[in-house]
Ligand binder design. Structure first.
Ligand code: TPP
Ligand code: MG
Length: 556
């Protein structure tokens, strides 16, 4: 709260206003309270010129408060066990490959930090087919590929032999590609997502294309979403941000970006001195996106609820990402002293928690309940695309072997001790004596875990990722369209553009092929003599034409 509030009268006045607002909230709900606040701001501006400063960001807390979050629809315990199995196999795949062949590479820590983001999506959201026959389209973060292979192995879709040959596809029996690419694994990956930045920009254009097909009546099934799972470092690629205003202008509410904010990139912090979540929130809110922050896990709920004066949330907002990263590797005592120790009232808030409990306070991106709430709000949102910013720890679960450390992205080998700690933390039933080789682990088909994950995928219409070629070949265009061009222009001069435009016009008039051609002319249609197309084929806009064109009368 502002310093001026040391004045007793002002404190009382503020309390009265807050109580009134609480009353409106309880009677009329958040929408009513929102309208009231807007009216208040408008009134203050009209009556006395009070100008509230523009804020592009909201406080450093979850967008969805605990009391508004929906119940979790699955078995948390079962899903945690399945997630642990995927974690283990993803890690084992990279560790084994590098044991067998020095320098083979691969990534452990990206998936380790994103596991909950993927597992909640796989168990509850990603449709291979929905009720209307539509499907979700998913861009997987390239460096998280080991997790997708680990899951497909448990689903029985990838044999152990291929897992063994990760990054060595030419070995007998075949192997698995480093990164997603349909050319390398034509039955599995649908889209290439490495280099970084390819996923986000492709997802935007794909979501727009799907809306176009729907608006033109070329696609009837509905409700499918385009999901893009991205890294926070990846958001610095020009391609990641380059088309985000197109997505909001076109109101692509079929598009969801999930950014795994583990605060780290390849070998350093994403924003040591700043906060990547706040920065991305400002950029995307400014561009007209719906932004959902998933920062704090359930462990924080009661502290946040008791934070009546906003002291805690203010402190959360003061800390830089570099310092948050330091908390990830430090003890609970350090966290208490450095984070809460600046104010006796903050210290009091956590006096009932031991250092150990403090060190284990989970972040939002590792908490299925919070992730589920964010995803549900995203799929239900209409009118604009959604960005989910989930806070996580890079290399989660690796402990001393790399959790939260700058070297974690390049961690490809674990010694026996480190394997044992990871195995025990996630409860994988592999005895100490067998750990050295990091063997894969898959329970039998009739185990509760495999049954559960199979049933979830059945409910969601099948497996993902899976690439199926669905296109039907088109009939060739009649040769007669081209005959006049074979003859030449008989001495008259003709430019290549003139001939191209004539050819295009002819093809557009063909009843079969014409309806399938979409001229996309960002500019220079007139310069190249194509203005006749405006009347003949029209130009596409998802909102129709909201103005009277200046040259309406002159267009033929
Ligand atoms: C265009 C491009 N530049 C550099 C790389 C090399 N590279 C691979 S992963 C990575 C860092 C990824 O950081 P982030 O996006 O935060 O993902 P995280 O692993 O932390 O989830 C880099 C620089 C790349 N793959 N593509
Ligand atoms: Mg990162």
């Amino acid at each position: 709260m502002a310093e001026t509030q040391t004045n007793g009268l002002e404190v009382l006045e503020t309390r009265e206003w807050l109580d009134s607002l609480d009353y409106v909230l309880s009677k009329g709900g958040p929408d009513r309270a929102g309208r009231l606040l807007q009216q208040l701001a408008l009134h203050a501006r009209r009556a006395a010129g009070v100008n509230l400063p523009f804020t592009a960001t909201t406080p450093y807390q979850n967008t969805i408060p605990a009391r508004q979050q929906p119940p979790f629809p699955g078995s948390q315990e079962m899903e945690r066990r399945i997630k642990s199995l995927v974690r283990w196999n993803a890690l084992a795949m990279v560790v084994r490959a590098n044991k067998i062949q020095e320098g083979i590479g691969g990534h452990i820590s990206t998936y380790a930090s994103a596991a909950t983001l993927y597992e909640v999506a796989f168990n509850h959201f990603l449709h291979a087919r929905n009720e209307s026959g539509d499907r979700d389209i998913v861009y997987f973060q390239g460096h998280a590929a080991p997790g997708m292979y680990g899951r497909a192995y448990l689903e029985g879709r990838i044999p152990k032999q291929k897992l063994e040959n990760f990054r060595r596809e030419l070995r007998p029996g075949g192997g698995l590609a480093s990164y997603p690419h349909p050319w390398l694994m034509p039955d599995f990956w649908e889209f290439p997502t490495v280099s970084m930045g390819l996923g986000p920009i492709q997802a935007i254009y794909q979501a727009r294309f799907i809306k176009y097909l729907e608006n033109r009546g070329l696609k009837e099934s509905r409700g499918g979403k385009v999901w893009a799972f991205l890294g926070d470092g990846e958001m610095d690629e020009p391609e990641s941000l380059g088309s985000i205003t197109l997505a909001s202008r076109e109101r692509l509410d079929n598009l969801i970006f999930v950014v795994n904010c583990n605060l780290q990139r390849l070998d350093g912090p994403v924003r040591g001195n700043g906060k990547i979540i706040q920065e991305l929130e400002a950029i995307f809110r400014g561009a007209g996106w719906n932004v959902i922050k998933v920062i704090w896990g359930t462990d924080w709920d009661s502290l946040i609820q008791n934070d009546r004066d906003g002291l805690l949330v203010r402190r959360m907002g003061e800390i830089t990402d570099g310092q948050y990263q330091k908390y990830f590797v430090e003890s609970g005592a350090y966290f208490r002293q450095n984070f809460f120790g600046t104010d006796p009232r903050l210290l009091k808030m956590v006096e009932h928690l031991s250092d150990e409990q403090l060190a284990r306070m989970r972040l939002g991106g590792h908490d299925p309940i919070k992730v589920h709430a964010g995803y549900k709000a995203a799929v239900e949102h209409t009118g604009s695309p959604t960005l989910i910013l989930a806070k996580t720890i890079k290399g989660y679960g690796l402990g001393e072997a790399g959790e939260g450390k700058n070297i974690t992205h390049q961690q490809k080998k674990l010694n026996d001790d480190e394997l044992r700690i990871f195995r025990s933390r996630f409860g994988i039933p592999i005895p100490d004596g067998e750990l050295h080789d990091a063997p894969f682990y898959r329970p039998s088909d009739d185990s509760a875990e495999i049954q559960y994950m199979q049933e979830r995928r059945r409910q969601l219409g099948g497996y993902l990722p899976e690439r199926k070629v669905r296109s039907t070949p088109l009939k060739a265009v009649p040769e007669s369209h081209f005959e006049e061009f074979y003859k030449g222009t008989d001495g008259r001069e003709a430019s290549t553009t003139m001939v191209f435009v004539r050819l295009l016009s002819k093809l557009l008039r063909d009843p079969e092929i014409g309806k399938l051609i979409v001229p996309i002319i960002p500019d220079e249609a007139r310069t190249f003599g194509m203005e006749a197309l405006f009347r003949q084929v029209g130009s596409n806009s998802s909102v129709g034409q909201l103005y009277e064109p200046v040259d309406m009368d002159t267009l033929i």
